[in-house]
Write a protein that binds this ligand. Structure first.
Ligand code: F6P
Length: 338
């Protein structure tokens, strides 16, 4: 598809922030400026379009941010944009601001929003997968995942020290919504003994037996990685009468059965912050550069992603509506190395 020339592009970050978003903003801005385009940055995702809250970006505005976590454009989840009327208002604002192409950096929800905007706005829309959850279809990894994994791994290494000293069991809850990518990755990287994943039934009696067996084999400490999606869905209590929906209660329930110390650690939002790890900076820089090149070719309605170290595109609709499953071989590795 060849394009009418584009003159002005806009960039925004939306939904849960992810380390590396700044590197993507920088890459988009500098690539676009290099092609003689103007670059506008909307604040707070779709809210910024609805409120015409933006800034013009130049080389200087994106200096010294490749190494910073968070997002200089801030992020938000917009209620108004979820309505048809909100999206029409956003389209009107984009037209009034002479935006020819919009770059949306975010996860599933933000990409879905981008696809819906494409039905009411004629400009070009390109998505970039930015979320720590790594659950976006059409890319091998999402911007932010590697850093979140490092942060979680660093935390569980520390938990291991105290677990070992006190010969305790620790349940460590990690983020990831309904996806278990962070949980599986950190279980392998941190050598966790057990892993509770979303969509996999958990039998607490079996887990308690497994922990006792690992004690018999001489393990002093035991780490159980709990994907937040696993516990939010509810895990049947030991007597089967209720469902446990939080990791602290899960730890108490296990302690009651085992008779020795079980503690819960909920890593929470620290997984979203911090200096982006090198793989996130490289991924974000590559996808940001590629997104502008794709826009210059006149392409619209796609998300850029990485496959086997090469950038490519997938339709926005496919990106938000298809799901990615965990890698079977990684699951096997985790179970083999307990
Ligand atoms: O999607 C990113 C994420 O951090 C998820 O892992 C988590 O479930 C969710 O966002 C938390 O959202 P909030 O910051 O609104 O509590």
């Amino acid at each position: 598809m060849s394009s009418p020339a584009i003159r002005r592009i806009a960039v925004m970050t939306s939904g849960g922030d992810a380390p590396g978003m700044n590197a993507a903003i920088r890459a988009i801005t500098r690539t676009a400026l290099g092609h003689g385009l103007e670059v506008l940055g909307f604040y707070r995702g779709y809210e910024g379009i609805l409120n015409r809250d933006y800034t013009m970006l130049d080389y200087g505005s994106v200096s010294n941010i490749v190494q910073r976590g968070g997002t200089i454009l801030r992020s938000a989840r917009s209620r108004e944009f979820r309505t048809e009327a909100g999206r029409r208002k956003a389209a009107g604002n984009l037209e009034a601001l002479d935006v020819d192409a919009l770059m949306v950096i975010g996860g599933d929800g933000s990409l879905h929003g981008a696809s819906l905007l494409g039905r009411v706005w004629e400009g070009q829309i390109i998505g970039l997968p930015g979320t720590i959850d790594n659950d976006v279809y059409g890319t091998d990894h999402t911007i932010g995942y590697f850093t979140a994994l490092d942060t979680a791994m660093d935390a569980i290494d520390k938990v291991r020290d105290t677990a070992e000293a006190f010969e305790r069991i620790f349940l460590v809850e990690v983020m990831g919504r309904q996806a278990g990518f962070i949980a599986l990755g950190v279980a392998i990287a941190g050598g966790a003994e057990f892993l509770l994943l979303p969509d996999e039934p958990v039998d607490l009696g079996d887990l308690a037996d497994g922990i006792l067996e690992s004690r018999r084999r001489g393990k002093l400490s035991c780490l159980v990685i709990v994907a937040e999606g696993a516990v939010e869905a509810g895990i049947p209590s030991l007597d089967g009468r209720s469902r446990i929906r939080d990791t602290a209660t899960l730890a108490k329930e296990l302690e009651g059965r085992l008779g020795f110390g079980c503690r819960a650690v909920i890593l929470g939002h620290i997984q979203r912050g911090g200096r982006p790890a090198a793989p996130d900076r490289i991924l974000a820089s590559t996808l940001g550069t590629y997104a502008v090149e794709v826009a210059l070719e006149g392409v619209t309605g796609v998300m850029v992603g990485m496959h086997a170290h090469k950038p490519g595109t997938v339709s926005l609709d496919e990106a938000w509506s298809s799901s990615r499953s965990l890698d079977d071989y990684e699951l096997k590795v985790q179970r083999t190395l307990l």
